[in-house]
Design a protein around this ligand. Structure first.
Ligand code: SF4
Ligand code: FES
Length: 480
């Protein structure tokens, strides 16, 4: 296993990323740029993507690299370029530690094969062949390969994806789709032995030891993107991990469960090769994400047209729902009770409507909107103390900085952050604890309960928080 077989079949007109000297990446405009949820990011051309980690307009370059004196030299302390090949009963797996970006996808997902901190690192006979192939394909750095013989087989190791740059959360650019990396003179950037030609991780924090490739240093330097409003309720789409996570799930569903099932297999025998992408786009839109299905495939009418006349049987629907939930587990979608309650509710609701629409003589109503699903009732993230959390911390966390005795107490800055999502949800039937107008109106009643220790219901506030609220409540305010 010394060579990637994809190198033997060079592609014509591969899109390119120019890795400028000591400066940003300049991708061809044809390469899509998406965030970690798979949502397209608008970019003006020419696109210049920061790779020094210092830009104030991430992911775009603002020329901070010039002021900071960024250099793109490789570090002599980097892990050596060395390809290791591990023989198994069904396949050979190759790995180059010098390419690994330490994302942990392999060791987290397939522990029976990938052994963190142990030798041998890889035991290829420890899992089913399809699980092994999936793990190799998920490796974002391209360090891993698989072949039936010792040579890396690109057809098994890589998925053919459209050219794309994913700006991963707090991490590297994940490039997919056979994008070519060249320097300013158009010369191909050398890659380590056995590296994938289809996907690669590029440094975004500026600290990699193996620039321009990611070496996992973003962990060490604690590289972080700006944190969105922590008090905003996430969508199911965001909570699930976005389009990439949902696509992982649908790919598993249609490759692992459907073909082997004698009842479901025939139902999907004629599906298009991008069927997993279509279903992931539908679920993304339903779960509150961007309108991917409507824009790419045609909205509700298109989905309904796929079911008409299929005469889906109850046992087929039940199997579809069961395997979808199993695939969610396999793909590592969140397993918290709140997410799964909403997820399973939609799978049941949606699959029963599909069955209804598929019946003989069914006349589905035309021009319906794509449904938008939400959390079930008030079961949203953070709305209850978890038995698995450190409850002392949950109820007594540090909270916002207290204002000095001569400073004004401000609702947005000091009072609103005192109320957790679970506090807000438990009072929403009456008023909104995150709205100044509502809290002002009910401040005396709230203060009485805070002082009595009966609010919040899972534990009284510390005295200094109650005093802070009392200060805010008694401050003079204009008459309504
Ligand atoms: S980059 Fe690949 S080999 Fe390295 S930890 Fe991640 S999945 Fe494993
Ligand atoms: S590479 Fe230009 S600001 Fe980071």
């Amino acid at each position: 296993m010394t060579e990637d077989s994809s190198a033997e079949a060079p592609r014509t007109a591969r899109p390119r990323i120019v890795v400028t000297r000591n400066g940003p990446y300049q991708p061809d405009p044809s390469i899509a740029i998406v965030d970690h949820l798979g949502v397209p990011i608008a970019a003006e051309t020419p696109v210049r993507l920061c790779r020094c980690g210092q830009s104030q307009t991430k992911p775009y370059c603002d020329d901070s690299h010039i002021r900071r004196g960024f250099t793109d030299a490789k570090d002599p302390r980097r892990v050596p370029d060395k390809l290791n090949v591990y023989a198994g009963q069904q396949a050979f797996v190759s790995d180059n530690r010098g390419t690994c970006a330490h994302s942990g996808f392999c060791t987290d997902r397939l522990r029976s094969v990938f052994h963190l901190g142990e030798e041998p690192f890889i035991a290829p006979s420890g899992a089913r062949l399809d699980d092994l192939i999936n793990a190799v394909r998920k490796c974002p750095s391209g360090a891993l390969g698989i072949g039936i013989g010792p040579a890396r087989d690109a057809a098994l190791s890589d998925i053919n994806r459209p050219p794309q740059i994913e700006v991963s959360k707090d991490g590297p650019y994940r490039v997919t789709g056979h994008v070519e990396l060249v320097d300013e003179d158009g010369v191909a950037i050398a890659q380590n032995a056995g590296a994938s030609q289809e996907h690669v991780s590029l440094c975004r924090c500026g600290a990699s030891l193996n620039k321009p490739f990611c070496s996992g240093m973003h962990w060490n330097v604690e590289f972080h993107d700006p944190v969105p409003d922590p008090l905003r309720e996430p969508t199911l789409f965001e909570w699930a991990g976005g389009y990439p996570a949902l696509l992982d799930m649908t790919r598993i569903f249609y490759s692992r469960y459907v073909p082997e099932d004698p009842l479901l297999g025939p139902l999907f025998a004629g599906m298009s090769s991008d069927h997993p992408e279509r279903v992931a786009a539908w679920l993304s839109e339903v779960f509150g994400g961007p309108r991917l299905y409507t824009e790419r495939y045609g909205g509700y009418q298109r989905m309904v047209s796929q079911h008409i006349g299929k005469e889906i049987q109850p046992v087929q629907r039940a199997l579809w729902a069961t395997y979808m939930v199993q695939s969610a587990d396999d793909a590592g979608l969140p397993s918290d009770p709140e997410f799964r309650a909403a997820f399973v509710a939609y799978i049941e609701w949606g699959s029963r409507i599909a069955m209804e629409n598929s019946g003989a003589g069914a006349k589905p109503p035309p021009n319906m909107p794509v449904p938008r699903w939400w959390w079930v009732c008030n079961a949203t993230p953070g709305t209850r103390p978890s038995a698995l959390a450190d409850n002392a911390q949950t109820t007594n966390d540090a909270g916002p900085a207290l204002p000095g005795s001569d400073e004004a107490v401000l609702f947005e800055q000091h009072i609103r952050p005192l109320f957790r999502p679970m506090d807000r949800n438990s009072m929403l039937f009456a008023f909104d604890l995150w709205k100044e107008e509502d809290v002002t109106k009910h401040r005396q009643a709230i203060l009485t309960r805070l002082q009595a220790g009966t609010m919040p219901c899972d534990g009284a506030w510390p005295a200094e928080r109650v005093a802070l609220f009392a200060r805010w409540a008694s401050a003079p305010r204009p008459q309504a």
